[in-house]
Design a protein around this ligand. Sequence first.
Ligand code: NAP
Ligand code: 3JM
Length: 348
Amino acid sequence: MTEKTAYNIAVVGATGAVGKKIIQILENKDLPINEIKFLSSERSAGKKIPFKGKEITVEAAIPDSFAGVDIALFSAGGSVSKQLVPEAVKHGAVVVDNTSAYRMDSDVPLVVPEVNQSDIQNHQGIIANPNCSTIQMVAALKPLKDAYGMERVIVSTYQAVSGAGEKANGELDAQINQYTANEEMQAELLPVKGDEKHYPIAFNALPQIDVFQENGYTFEEMKMINETKKIMHAPGLSIAATCVRLPIFRSHAESIYIEVEKEGLTVTDLWNVLNDADGVVLEDDPTEQIYPTPLSATGKEAVFVGRVRKDLDNDKGFHIWVVSDNLVKGAAWNTIQIAASLIQNKWL
Ligand code: NAP
Ligand code: 3JM
């Protein structure tokens, strides 16, 4: 049998915030693509999306859509993944799933390539892409853990509205206009589409991302906690999270407190590790007011780290500020890195 040199790809959720970013990045990278399919719901079927000089017609996703597909990139929500990922796998596709549907399944690798790329090879047809907030956090934490050990993590997030989908951007935009026109702000979507109450996000901060769990944490917070332990192979890590949505269109920021195992470390010791870490860019110079922000990180593939400080009371405690584009490294770019790794390493 001759070996494949180009692959058939399907993008599920191609018309959404994440899907559009996947298409944009695929246009600019040279993955060996034979045919590409763009799938959505019935609502967007028939739309045309340009790709590498051709016009591709969006099709409604159905089980048979996956016939002949080698790699399917899913970003259409958990319920679509629950329904269609098994169908894609039945048709012989390897799925990179961007939703929370399979992330914690024991036979599904959960992967940030800079952190645990080799886990990909254990896949049984599905590889899960972690939550956006988890991805940027583990990219910064893993090199520090490898160098100095890690006992505890406490994270507070400052998350962009685009993490809640294309329509959430529209809601923020409309509320900014309503506020400046002295009109009442209309909230119909955030914090969570399906939940009972909705609050304005413009000029506000909402300490609820995804639905509340029985333990008082939100699902987004529990995703960060459970996914981090799985990706870093650190089931015993102490970790807590508070996730907050802010009126920012793109890129999430995180304030992270970590306790390392090694005593007597300095900020320079952490800088040295972060400077050498794959996919991480250190931007940290208080004397020049240099630190990453959501605006400076938007559109970039890296995870940016700044404001590295030693805790004033705990010798093993450090504080860091981590910023990355939630739609790029937090979703589309990480997904494409996994797909590229499947191809390059012949792990399909
Ligand atoms: P979005 O902007 O609301 O887009 C949703 C996409 O899913 C659209 O293309 C939509 O197609 C499609 N879709 C909806 N129902 C469908 C159905 N029944 N069958 C097929 N396609 C359907 O949302 P988004 O921000 O792109 O996020 C999409 C999903 O990706 C999220 O729900 C989440 O699970 C995941 N996500 C992951 C991360 C991460 O951190 N890894 C970040 C953000 C999102 P239409 O145009 O036809 O409506
Ligand atoms: C980011 O409809 C849904 O199930 C989507 C919910 C969602 C998720 C998720 O749980 O997959 C919205 C935004 C995520 C995510 O990446 O965890």
